[in-house]
Design a binder for this molecule. Structure first.
Ligand code: NAP
Ligand code: MG
Length: 480
């Protein structure tokens, strides 16, 4: 019998109200069971919200320096646990061990940013509005906040939401993705080790479709920070609207890379490989559409195909592996169906497809060309290692095609022509624009979020990553 990961509520690992559990499969070994996790019920969510609500009274009044010290100690524990956690992430998610270490490093970088930011982030003061009045703005934490995270960055995304929430004095109920419960349990252990007081951080495992509504609909939960699909985000938004619950939604993407005739071709190819096939194409900021001008379309395609053929797909724990399996059975089936659909709609499959290695959920680096705007592969997020190449006349048409999409998360262009690059930066309808850098590049000082169907509410990181978790109050002090 595998170990069962238990909910972490009020500072202890607790059995849930029901006896159900679900398996955590290693996607590089079909049918395996790394461990199991509790399939929580609404009663467990209710218990977590109740303790988080009680803990808020003290935590919200805890001096910021004390909250910072706890988060600093959490980051120390995270740095110390880097290798162990990276192994866990690779085993349950399938990304390569190098990518998993990179994920932990990214969480450390962002965490240190939030740690610094909380002390310099303060309200405005106003010039005397009435001769004898002193006026300023101050911030207050919201209360209990719900964090719902995806499996593709199972520890980094939860940190990007949870640390700003805790630093600003809120308490948290965290619901991890069901594909990746082990890294969530590990993170709960780190918060415990860092001395986060009981009830301030709580983790409840279980299917989003069965316990999500309980978290979103509870009036004590003042905000939901969610990363996941556009479909679930839309559902959360409509439910949250009924209770005026604040939302921060980081959703899907169909990110375009434009390559112009004067591009540094080798750099463009490396950026395509990194952002197209990193985490087996399962970044929200993955490059998934490539728009090529005719002068370089053939040369780019040939180089890309040669590069794909050299990629090593296999065991994510092997240091030499370039790409691991996709995250699990449902992901694999959805990607396989998208590849079939692209073929049936007339796109040319140039390389890749499903791997012969059926020990795990392996998809090869896959490239289609001849993709037109009408095809599903041009419009629908696949969330797998599948690139759609289209040839466009020029920059005008590239921008039209890039923007002809419901999503608007990230994007990139490769060119040495500065006016062309600046025009792209101005006209691209996306939350992130990259010139001569791959579409997944980011830094914590700048906002991380999407336009159109890729996001809603204040983005993570930047200034809004903290501000999302705060209420504002305007204060006026008269002379007598
Ligand atoms: P998902 O199915 O939307 O799941 C995301 C999270 O929501 C999981 O924890 C899931 O729980 C939970 N959930 C599912 N149904 C729910 C409901 N009715 N109420 C509340 N929570 C619910 O997305 P995914 O397949 O895990 O992740 C892939 C998607 O995330 C892609 O579209 C990708 O682009 C997007 N993404 C976006 C960003 C960004 O920053 N913009 C970053 C990473 C990923 P269960 O696991 O239990 O179903
Ligand atoms: Mg798993």
């Amino acid at each position: 019998m595998s170990e069962v990961l238990l909910n972490y509520i009020k500072g202890v690992c607790r059995e849930g109200a029901g006896a159900d559990t679900f398996a955590n499969e290693n996607p590089s070994k079909r049918g395996s069971e790394l461990n199991r996790a509790q399939a929580s019920t609404e009663a467990d969510v209710e218990a977590a919200i109740t303790v988080a609500s009680a803990a808020f009274k003290t935590w919200s009044r805890t001096p910021v320096a004390h909250r910072q010290a706890i988060v600093e100690s959490f980051l120390g524990a995270l740095a110390a646990g880097r290798d162990e956690l990276a192994q866990i992430v690779s085993m349950e998610n399938g990304k390569t061990i190098r990518e998993s270490r990179g994920e932990v490093d990214s969480a450390l970088l962002e965490g240190r940013h939030h740690l610094r930011q909380v002390t310099v982030f303060a309200g405005e003061s106003a010039p005397d509005p009435d001769g004898d009045v002193t006026a300023w703005e101050q911030y207050h934490p919201l209360g209990v906040v719900g964090v719902i995270s995806p499996w593709n960055y199972p520890m980094n995304v939860m940190c990007r939401k949870t640390l700003p929430a805790l630093l600003t004095g809120n308490t948290v109920v965290f619901k991890p993705a069901s594909y990746t419960p082990w890294s969530a349990a590990f993170m709960a252990g780190l918060f415990d080790e860092a001395g986060v007081p009981a009830g301030v951080f709580n983790c409840v495992f279980g299917r989003g479709s069965s316990i999500g509504n309980r978290l979103i609909g509870d009036p004590r939960v003042r905000a939901i920070s969610f990363t996941g699909s556009t479909e679930v985000g839309r559902r959360i938004q409509s439910m949250a609207a009924a209770g005026f619950t604040r939302t921060q939604l980081e959703l899907g993407g169909k990110n375009a890379l434009i390559v112009l005739a004067d591009a540094d071709m080798d750099a463009a190819i490396e950026a395509t490989i990194k952002a197209g096939f990193g985490c087996a194409g399962q970044w929200c900021t993955s490059t998934s559409r490539v728009l090529l001008v005719p002068e370089i379309a053939e040369a780019y395609t040939e180089k890309l195909l040669a590069r794909c053929a050299a990629m090593q797909v296999g065991d994510p724990l092997d240091e030499a592996t370039d790409m691991g399996p996709v995250a699990g059975a449902s992901q694999f089936n959805a990607i396989a169906a998208s590849i079939e659909k692209a073929v049936s709609e007339g796109a040319n499959l140039r390389c890749g497809g499903i791997s012969d290695n059926d020990g795990g959920y392996y998809v090869l680096p896959t490239v289609f060309d001849g993709v037109t705007r009408e095809m599903s592969i041009f419009r629908e997020e696949i969330f797998g290692p599948v690139l759609a190449l289209s040839t466009v006349k020029d920059l005008d048409e590239a921008l039209q095609w890039a923007n002809d999409c419901d999503y608007g998360l990230s994007s990139a262009i490769f060119t040495r022509d500065m006016p062309a690059a600046l025009r792209y930066v101005r006209e691209i309808e996306a939350g992130m624009a990259h010139v001569n850098i791959h579409s997944g590049f980011k830094t914590p000082e700048l906002p991380f979020g999407g336009w159109k169907d890729s996001g809603f509410g204040p983005p993570e990181n930047g200034l809004t990553g903290l501000e999302f978790f705060l209420e504002r109050k305007a204060v006026y002090i008269g002379a007598t």
